[in-house]
Write a protein that binds this ligand. Structure first.
Ligand code: GLA
Length: 378
């Protein structure tokens, strides 16, 4: 199959990845998260192709593409295609205004690294098609339909954080998002003299998607046990530690630990916002380490590689704090490193990691950036 790999676009969309400063797995428990869109992104070029229903999408990264007919959008065996097919499918459920188009995709976001290249793919396509065909979708409805695409076509029962952060991000700010009301506040991220350095473990353990859904159902089990005693409880968001302790005997240790992590992680998000507002750098770092400990021991979504990096960071005073970011089982570890020591620290971490796992570490700085944007329109 021949694809148009280069054409003069009618529309160009930049769709960023995200980091999550803190608040992991709290989104589908309707709690708080504190993510930020980052300058690393997926770029989409679009043009209408004058057909009623033929769509051609080509990935410059994978050097391959696929074609579909809008009348019969089905799941594919290729995971990356499903993020896009899911979005097209969700859009066709809402409107019949979509027509044939050509699209090329280019990315500087490493896939499977916990920076949410999946949400960037979904939201960038939704944004582009919305503009190209004048669909009139609001930002929030594109966020929600992208999340549904992931549920229905990819099979990960993800929360709303990634899509929300990718679309709604603001330069220089993280966003405190209440995942129940979807109220959000942009919080300035002033971390000087520290830089946000991501160390990519380069592992993405393939149990991640099924383990993710299992974590979600363990939390739901916790909620149903808590509800028997506290009927007002709708999600772990409504639970505090004394309530959980009261029900401890009725749940197994795993469910207790999962619930315990979520309750403390929600509190850490609010404590982090407070620390950012007060520029209390030491507390910011301590909260990152504390969160990773919960990720490791209670929620059990870390892995030897990310644990190694966090332990390594703890031995280096130039690092304020570190933790694995994203869904888990690998991906990137966020480090706050003193600006004077970034090069030296990255070198020694790279050396130690290579020695231990024989994997070349990848390091890059990130900064909070704006959400999905149209960068060119004819
Ligand atoms: C993945 C999901 C998000 C969120 C994180 C964990 O990135 O897509 O919805 O649950 O994991 O915080």
């Amino acid at each position: 199959m021949q694809f148009l790999t280069d054409f003069t676009p009618e529309l160009v969309v930049a769709s960023p990845g995200r980091i999550n400063l803190i608040g992991e797995h709290t989104d589908y428990n309707l709690g708080y998260v504190l993510p930020a869109a980052i300058a690393r992104k997926i770029t989409f070029n679009f043009q209408r192709n004058n057909s009623d229903d033929r769509c051609h999408i080509y990935s410059k990264q994978y050097k391959t593409g696929f074609s579909i007919d809008l009348k019969s959008v089905r799941r594919s065996a290729m995971e990356w295609e499903n993020y896009l097919l899911g979005v097209i499918h969700e859009i066709t459920k809402k409107t019949d205004r979509l027509r044939g188009f050509n699209c090329t995709i280019e990315s500087d976001l490493p896939a499977g690294s916990g920076l949410s290249s999946s949400a960037a793919l979904e939201c960038g396509l939704a944004f582009g098609l919305n503009d190209l065909f004048g669909l009139g979708l609001s930002k929030i409805s594109m966020v929600k339909l992208s999340q549904r695409a992931e549920h229905n076509f990819v099979g990960t029962q993800c929360g709303i954080m990634d899509q929300f952060a990718s679309v709604m991000g603001a330069d220089g700010h993280a966003m405190l998002l209440d995942c129940r009301s979807l109220d959000h506040t942009h919080i300035p991220m002033e971390l000087a003299p520290y830089k946000m350095v991501m160390l990519n473990t380069k592992v993405s353990h393939n149990l991640a998607s099924s383990a993710y859904n299992i974590r979600k159902s363990e939390c739901e089990e916790g909620v149903s046990i808590l509800k028997a005693k506290y009927p007002e409880v709708q999600s772990l968001r409504d639970v505090n530690t004394p309530m959980l302790l009261e029900c401890r005997d009725r749940m197994n240790t795993t469910v207790f630990n999962r619930c315990s992590f979520i309750i403390s992680e929600n509190n850490r998000v609010l404590a982090m916002v407070d620390a950012l507002r007060k520029k209390d750098l030491n507390n910011i770092g301590a909260l990152l380490y504390e969160a990773h400990e919960g990720i490791r021991t209670l929620y059990e979504v870390s892995c030897p590689e990310s644990d190694f990096l966090v332990d390594f960071a703890k031995k280096h005073p130039e690092v304020l704090g570190a933790r694995q970011t994203g869904g888990g089982f690998g991906g990137c570890v966020l480090h706050l490193v003193h600006e004077k020591s970034v090069t030296r620290f990255v070198e020694s971490a790279t050396h130690a990691y290579k020695k231990k796992f024989n994997i070349p570490l990848e390091a890059f700085e990130v900064r909070p950036s704006r959400g999905t944007t149209i960068t060119y329109t004819k």
